[in-house]
Design a protein around this ligand. Structure first.
Ligand SMILES: [Fe+2]
Length: 244
């Protein structure tokens, strides 16, 4: 069976590339530097189009919140860990290693804010919100008095966080659900809790769309935007990790 010149060239070229790639790989020295190469953190893309949550959260808010604020935390974190032992650690290890250490506060703040925002984007989706279902809903009934009480208490925590911070649905080591609020960059991981869901209540999260109406922003997240599928995965034990 004959082959066309085009097919022959493709085969020949493919073989050459494969051979070249193999040579490069097999010739690469097993240099220890390669194993400990510092990780550079990158801004993860939003899991939806920046206009997908309109009219509840505008594309302009995401331009600033994701494109400027989150990006700035990533850039600053990379600057701060360059040349240190933290440069080769996963983000979650950097956070637990620096939590509560006054002389490492800048690294903690930027690492935690990178984690918090990466997590927050996943907590949102178009046509989300409302009540969870399945095991998470049952647990919400037994631990938090049902969805309506959870929503009221979560909103109260979010509104009651004085200044910048985050409201969370978390679980403890036994799986019990709790509502939590944290100031500034602080997060459940630093307190031995598993984050299941969060809403960012820094002013930069809502000011362009809601001005000072934080309660309306939080209520809209609960009613229209929360991605309960993602929250249920976290509840089921899937560990959310931020890739380097
Ligand atoms: Fe934020």
């Amino acid at each position: 069976m004959g082959i066309s010149r085009r097919t022959f060239l493709q085969l020949a070229l493919g073989g050459a590339v494969a051979a070249s790639t193999h040579r490069l790989v097999s010739a690469a020295p097993a240099h220890p530097y390669l194993k400990e190469a510092p990780m550079t953190f990158t801004l993860p893309p939003l899991p939806f189009d920046k206009a997908a949550l309109e009219p509840h959260i505008s594309a302009q808010t995401f331009d600033f919140h994701h494109g400027k604020h989150h990006n700035a935390y990533v850039t600053k974190l990379n600057e701060l860990v360059a040349g240190t032992d933290y440069a080769s650690m996963p983000l979650e290890e950097i956070i637990t290693a620096t939590a509560g250490k006054a002389d490492k506060m800048a690294i903690f703040n930027n690492a935690a804010q990178h984690w918090n925002h990466s997590f927050f984007w996943q907590c949102l989706k178009p046509n989300g919100g409302g009540k969870p279902t399945g095991e998470l809903a049952k647990r919400m009934d037994s631990d938090l008095g049902g969805y309506e009480k959870f929503a009221a208490d979560f909103k109260a925590a979010a509104i009651g966080q004085f200044g910048s911070g985050w409201a969370w649905l978390v679980s403890d080591a036994s799986g019990k659900l709790e509502i939590m609020k944290t100031a500034n960059a602080d997060l459940p991981l630093a307190h031995g809790k598993r984050a299941l869901m969060t809403v960012d209540v820094w002013e930069h999260a809502y000011y362009l769309d809601y001005q000072n109406r934080r309660p309306d922003f939080v209520q809209t997240c609960l009613d229209k935007l929360i991605n309960w599928d993602f929250v249920a995965k976290n509840y089921a034990g899937e560990s959310f990790k931020v890739a380097a």
